[in-house]
Design a protein around this ligand. Structure first.
Ligand SMILES: *Cc1c(COP(=O)(O)O)cnc(C)c1O
Ligand SMILES: [Zn+2]
Length: 450
C-alpha cells in the first residue's frame, strides 16, 4: 500500500523529472536532478475558502496570533505544517497606500498608483513574510541551527525569527557590501556573523556547501517554504484593493524569490477559481546587476514549459566568471548576478505575461527620494520599482489608466548612508541638503526666511 500522502509535498519544477518529496524532508534542490523545488498541494484535502473575502474576516481577531498574522491569515493557501509548529511575530501588518501625488508626478491617473509598504514588517523588510514560513517548516523538521547568505535583510529577518524560536543562526555576508541598518539588526538579534571575503554570489555558494556538510537549515529563497510565505504579499494587495486585482505588479529583482512566489500565488489562485485573470508583472533590475534583464531581453531566455535553456544560462555565467564580473549597485539588496530563483522567475514571467528591465543607480536614488517625499519611504532596492515604472510608462508598456501596485520591499531606515549622501552631496533634483548656519539668532532667522 502506498504511504498516506500529506496534503502538501515538495515537487521538482523540472517537468522531465517532477519527482515528489515529503515535506518532512529538508531539501533545497531536487536530489534527483538538481533543479529547484516547489511546494505543491493536494487542494482536494484542504478546506480553502470559497471566496477570497472569507480570509479578510480573520483580520479582525487580534487575539489569535495566526489570524492576526498577515501571512497565516491565509494559511489554507500555504498549508504545509500544523498550527503548533507555526512561528509568528506579527508579520504582514503592511499597508497598500494609494498615492495620488506621486501618481500625478508620473502622469498616472488618480486612484491608479498603489505602494505596498513591506518595510512595515517586524524586521523592516518583506523577508519576514518568507521567514515566518521557513522557520515554521524548520520547527516541523526539528532543525537546531539555520544559516543564510545575505545582502542584509535576509540576515536581519533570519536572526529575528531564529531567536524567537530558539534555533541558532549564522549569517554569511560579503565584505563591505551590507547597509549598516541591516547589519546592526542581525548582531542585535544574536546572529553569528561571518564576513566572507567575496561578494553575495560567493557567500551564496559557500553557505549551500556549509549547510550540506553540517546539516544546517538554509533559509535563503532557494528554500521553497520561504517562497510560500511571500505569496501572501499578493493576497494582501488584492485584499486592500477590495478583493479586486491590480493590472500590474512592479517588483525589484535580486535573487528573484519574490517575483517567483508572486507568479506562483496567482497561478494557484487562478487554478482554485479564486481569481479570473492574472495581473501582469514587471521585474526591475539595477543596471549594475542585470542578469535577468540580459538573459530575457537580449538572449530571449524563456520558461518554455519548463524546458529552460540551461546552456544559455551556464554560458552567460561562464562569461561573468571570465570577466571576473562583480555586480555593483547602490541598491545593495539586489546586487546579485547569479539569481538562484532564475528559472522560477521565468515561470512567473510566463504566468503573468511579464516584462523585465534594468534601471541606473541615478534613477533609483531619485525615485527613492520621490517616494520619501510623498509616502512612508523605502530603501534603494525598493525604489527600483518606481524608477522602472517611469520607463515602462514612457515606453507605453504600462498605460496611465492601469491600476499599478509597486512592492516597496524594505524600510527607508535600512540604508541611511545612501539617503544622506543623496541629499548632502546634491546628487539629484530631489536633494534636500542641510544648511550650515552660525550659532547666531539673526543669521538663523535670515537663513530661514530666504
Ligand atoms: C531581498 C530584497 C530584494 C530582492 O528580492 P528577491 O526576492 O531576492 O528578488 C529587494 N529589496 C529588498 C529590500 C530586499 O531585502
Ligand atoms: Zn528533479
Amino acid at each position: 500500500m502506498a504511504p498516506k500522502k500529506d496534503r502538501a509535498f515538495q515537487k521538482c519544477i523540472n517537468p522531465d523529472c517532477g519527482v515528489q518529496y515529503d515535506c518532512s524532508q529538508t531539501l533545497v534542490k531536487c536530489p534527483a536532478c538538481g533543479h529547484l523545488l516547489d511546494i505543491a498541494y493536494d487542494w482536494n484535502r484542504i478546506p480553502v475558502p470559497k471566496k477570497l473575502s472569507d480570509f479578510g474576516k480573520r483580520w479582525a481577531d487580534r487575539n489569535n496570533p495566526l489570524d492576526f498574522s498577515g501571512v497565516w491569515r491565509f494559511r489554507e493557501l500555504l498549508d504545509f505544517c500544523d498550527d503548533p509548529h507555526k512561528v509568528t511575530i506579527g508579520e504582514g501588518q503592511t499597508i497598500l497606500q494609494r498615492n495620488d501625488e506621486l501618481a500625478a508626478q508620473l502622469g498616472i491617473r488618480p486612484g491608479r498608483l498603489f505602494l505596498q509598504y513591506e518595510g512595515l514588517n517586524p524586521s523592516g523588510s518583506f523577508k519576514d513574510n518568507g521567514m515566518t514560513a521557513a522557520f515554521s517548516h524548520a520547527r516541523r523538521v526539528g532543525a537546531q541551527s539555520s544559516a543564510c547568505a545575505s545582502t542584509g535583510n535576509t540576515s536581519a529577518s533570519m536572526a529575528l525569527y531564529a531567536h524567537s524560536c530558539g534555533i541558532k543562526c549564522t549569517v554569511f555576508i560579503g565584505s563591505g557590501r551590507i547597509a549598516y541598518g541591516k547589519l546592526s539588526q542581525s548582531m542585535d538579534y544574536g546572529g553569528k556573523t561571518l564576513q566572507v571575503q567575496g561578494d553575495f554570489d560567493d557567500c551564496m555558494k559557500q553557505v549551500q556547501d556549509v549547510c550540506r556538510e553540517l546539516n544546517i537549515y538554509l533559509v535563503n529563497s532557494l528554500n521553497p517554504f520561504r517562497l510560500e510565505g511571500q505569496k501572501t504579499i499578493m493576497y494582501r494587495i488584492i485584499e486592500q484593493l477590495g478583493w479586486e486585482l491590480p493590472d500590474w505588479i512592479v517588483v525589484p529583482g535580486g535573487n528573484l524569490g519574490n517575483s517567483s512566489s508572486f507568479g506562483k500565488a496567482f497561478a494557484e489562485l487562478k487554478q482554485l477559481g479564486l481569481i479570473d485573470r492574472v495581473p501582469r508583472m514587471a521585474v526591475i533590475n539595477a543596471s549594475g546587476a542585470d542578469t535577468l534583464t540580459h538573459l530575457v531581453n537580449n538572449k530571449k531566455l524563456r520558461w518554455n514549459a519548463g524546458r529552460v535553456d540551461n546552456k544559455a544560462i551556464g554560458d552567460f555565467y561562464a562569461e561573468l566568471t571570465a570577466k571576473k564580473f562583480s555586480p555593483h549597485t547602490c541598491a545593495s539588496a539586489i546586487e546579485i548576478s547569479r539569481p538562484v530563483n532564475l528559472t522560477k522567475c521565468l515561470r512567473a514571467l510566463d504566468v503573468c505575461n511579464g516584462v523585465v528591465l534594468a534601471v541606473t543607480d541615478a534613477k533609483i536614488i531619485d525615485a527613492k527620494a520621490q517616494i520619501g517625499l510623498y509616502g512612508l519611504g523605502c530603501e534603494p532596492a525598493s525604489a527600483a520599482t518606481i524608477a522602472g515604472l517611469k520607463h515602462l510608462l514612457a515606453d507605453g508598456v504600462i498605460r496611465p489608466d492601469e491600476r499599478i501596485a509597486c512592492v516597496l520591499t524594505g524600510h527607508a531606515l535600512k540604508d541611511p548612508t545612501v539617503t544622506v549622501n543623496y541629499h548632502k552631496d546634491k546628487m539629484g533634483p530631489f536633494s534636500n541638503p542641510p544648511i550650515e548656519v552660525p550659532n547666531d539668532l539673526q543669521e538663523i532667522i535670515r537663513r530661514m526666511t530666504v
